[in-house]
Design a protein around this ligand. Structure first.
Ligand code: PAF
Length: 278
């Protein structure tokens, strides 16, 4: 695996592949790689001839009180994992490469980026949308791969690609979970042992909500039941449990169209999100 740190070198590498008639898959990450990320890499490898991963802890998607300063870093281990997965190229830019002095342009996905996670974390999706747009334009891949774990992010990315006519196919990979159901996340590393024991109840609860809604129960009542269940299970607080249209994330009154149960909770200082299809 070759590592490049500049947009210029990234473009040169992709250009060489293109000239050889090879297709390119992009896997954007913030590092602290786990099996969930490797599933994205494997998907890209299966779909395209060349795979480029990016490792950039994007400061603009962290709010003032959030964990940018303490976000887990494991660059050497990450590079070893990507090498083992036969990634061809790692783009690992510094902050000034992505946001040079004077950078002022932002990508705002109005509405879709302002609800749920966008409401709990103001500015988060503008940070994500801006960096993803830049990474897509910098690398110009055929396919870019995102995890369903960050379901709203996936919809925001699909939307910006459509609205900005970015010529790339966005592909989604199902959430990878521990044996007890907890969705893999770099932030799971923050959980204390007692919190880790409570954490799987998040998946258990939203799965039950999804099943009940699929059987005809009212989404609002089920979401309220889910909040109570999570509180009883020992979560510190619940930001939301909600049943939404799977594409627009608008509230739904029943399961007549594809829907998704999404939730965000706190365990001590750690915020966890998860989602499942109805
Ligand atoms: O999902 C992530 O790790 C990040 O939000 C992404 C897509 C790499 C943008 O920084």
């Amino acid at each position: 695996m070759k590592t490049v740190t500049t947009i210029r070198d990234l473009r040169a590498a992709v250009r060489a592949w293109r000239q050889a008639g090879e297709t390119v898959g992009l896997v954007p990450t913030m590092g602290a790689l786990h099996e969930g990320h490797l599933a994205l890499v494997r998907h890209a490898r299966a779909k395209t001839m060349r795979t480029c991963a990016t490792l950039f802890v994007n400061p603009t998607q962290f709010g003032p009180g959030e964990d940018l300063a303490t976000y887990p870093h494991s660059e050497a281990e990450d590079a070893a994992k990507l090498t083992k997965e036969k990634v061809d190229l790692l783009f690992q830019p510094g902050t000034a490469e992505i946001y040079p002095p004077g950078h002022i342009t932002k990508v705002w996905v109005e509405g879709l980026g302002d609800i749920l996670e966008g409401e709990c974390r103001p500015g988060f999706f503008t940070g994500v949308a801006t960096v993803v747009t830049k990474l897509l334009l910098q690398s110009q891949p055929d396919v870019a791969v995102f995890g369903e774990k960050d379901y709203q992010q996936l919809q925001v990315v699909r939307r910006l690609v459509r609205d900005l006519d970015i010529p790339v196919r966005i592909e989604a990979v199902a959430t990878v979970r521990d044996a007890d159901g907890l969705a893999l996340s770099s932030r799971n590393a923050y959980l204390k042992p007692a919190e880790r024991r409570i954490a799987p109840a998040l998946f258990g609860t939203i799965s039950q909500v999804a099943e009940n809604v699929a059987r005809g129960a009212k989404p609002d009542a089920q979401a309220a039941w889910g909040v109570g269940q999570l509180e009883r299970a020992g979560f510190t607080s619940v930001d939301y449990v909600t049943v939404r249209d799977a594409a627009t994330l608008a509230p739904v009154a029943n399961a007549s169209r594809p829907a998704r149960v999404l939730a965000a909770v706190w365990l001590g200082q750690t915020r966890l999100i998860d989602n499942v299809p109805v």
